[in-house]
Design a protein around this ligand. Structure first.
Ligand code: NAD
Ligand code: TYD
Length: 349
């Protein structure tokens, strides 16, 4: 059985990807290497642990003592998602972003090359292109111009990955996807933070004037894109992934509050994020025409379904918001207060 190493499989996108691939590729063995940082939760994949073609390894991607024995087992493909992923945390303290996103990516690439891994997919982000004005969209030829320590660390990893292709002809491909939403997203990111605050009748903190634009895609559409690039991508190529779904933060906040059955009195404008990128918009013509990928989720319905998932999985996020000291301390630094959990709107129903 061919082996696929997925890094960061206990995080938001990783856990959706592992579940999706195990269901669709029973002919592969999947190894999930994850450090279980604040964002990685083993319980996200607890149902899979008994399957014969799934194995969890607890460890850090920058630790050669952990990565080398895995690579020596004979890995066919690496799908590399492990990362520090939250822009606000990278502004708060960027050191972990350099260690994981830059150094960790190098260690994986180096040991993959030395152990003849056939395919390496680097999961990157549209944020490496920086910020757009009102017009235009990012193509794969847009200049790399990252703004935050997070996006700069991802851009660095992308350049290292491309250098491995250029120097050794390694079969490396990069996906650059826009903002994901869906189940299992950690409640520090905008959509799950606003949904879970709204459930608890807590205010939702909109940065600046709320007119920043993000281009949203359902996480399963992203997972399908990763699968198709793994199977059909070309060495050394970059593929943008996006669903043509730009929204201002205000527009999205209104949708969330309405779908959660709340009114706009919960909206609170707060101090802007330093260096806040104004607009992201993805041109994904290349992956559509060359690989045949197309998004399949309708955003309005996908958002409603995501809200339903958070409603049905209250314990999952309440535990984080109430009990995780790392999360609570970060919220205190960022918003000036740890989350308060009000009388749950869910319990009232
Ligand atoms: P996440 O923060 O939810 O999960 C990251 C996972 O990586 C966690 O399970 C964590 O434990 C693990 N991890 C962190 N440091 C590690 C280390 N040193 N060694 C091993 N594991 C480590 O992130 P996500 O939102 O699921 O993003 C996954 C990937 O997709 C990232 O590379 C991110 O840059 C990229 N991406 C995310 C988005 C998005 O909207 N969330 C969009 C485009 C690209
Ligand atoms: P986020 O989910 O952090 O993703 P990214 O910064 O990687 O795009 O934020 C999405 C948008 O929402 C971004 O413009 C910042 C904004 N935002 C808020 O207005 N308030 C918040 O509390 C957070 C976390 C984000």
């Amino acid at each position: 059985m061919k082996k696929v190493l997925i890094t960061g499989g206990c995080g938001f996108i990783g856990s959706n990807l592992v579940r999706y691939l195990i269901e669709n590729h029973p002919d592969y063995q999947f190894i999930n290497l994850d450090a279980l940082t604040y964002a990685g939760r083993r319980e996200n994949l607890s149902g899979l642990e008994r399957l014969p073609n799934y194995r969890f390894v607890h460890g850090r991607i920058e630790d050669t003592k952990v990565v080398e024995p895995i690579m020596r087992e004979g890995i066919d493909t690496v799908l590399h998602l492990a990362a520090e992923s939250h822009v606000d945390r990278s502004i708060d303290d960027g050191g972990a972003f350099i260690r994981t996103n830059v150094e960790g990516s190098y260690v994986l690439l180096d040991l993959a090359r030395r152990n003849d891994v056939k395919t390496f997919v680097q999961i990157s982000t549209d944020e490496v292109y920086g910020s757009l004005g009102a017009e235009g969209r990012f193509t794969e030829n847009s200049p790399i111009d990252p703004s935050s320590p997070y996006s700069a660390s991802k851009a660095s990893a992308d350049l290292i990955a491309l250098a491995f292709n250029h120097t050794w002809g390694m079969n490396v491909m990069i996906t650059r996807c826009s903002n994901n939403y869906g189940p299992y997203q950690f409640p520090e990111k905008m959509i799950p933070l606003f949904i879970t605050n709204a459930f608890e009748d807590q205010q939702v903190p909109v940065y600046g004037d709320g007119m920043n634009i993000r281009d949203w895609i359902h996480v399963i559409d992203h997972c399908r894109a990763i699968e198709m690039v793994w199977k059909n991508g070309k060495a050394g190529e970059v593929y943008n992934v996006g669903a043509d779904n730009e929204r201002t933060n205000i527009e999205l906040t209104r949708m969330i509050l309405k779908d959660c059955g709340k009114d706009e009195s919960l909206m609170r404008y707060v101090k802007d994020r330093p260096g806040h990128d104004r607009r992201y918009a993805i041109d994904s013509a290349k992956i559509r025409s060359q690989i045949g990928w197309l998004p399949s989720f309708d955003f309005e319905q996908g958002l409603k379904d995501t809200i339903s998932w958070y409603k049905a999985n209250t314990d999952w996020w309440r535990k984080i918001k109430l009990n995780d000291p790392n999360y609570r301390a970060f919220c205190e630094r960022l918003y000036g207060a740890a989350p308060k959990l009000g009388k749950s709107a869910i319990a009232e129903k």
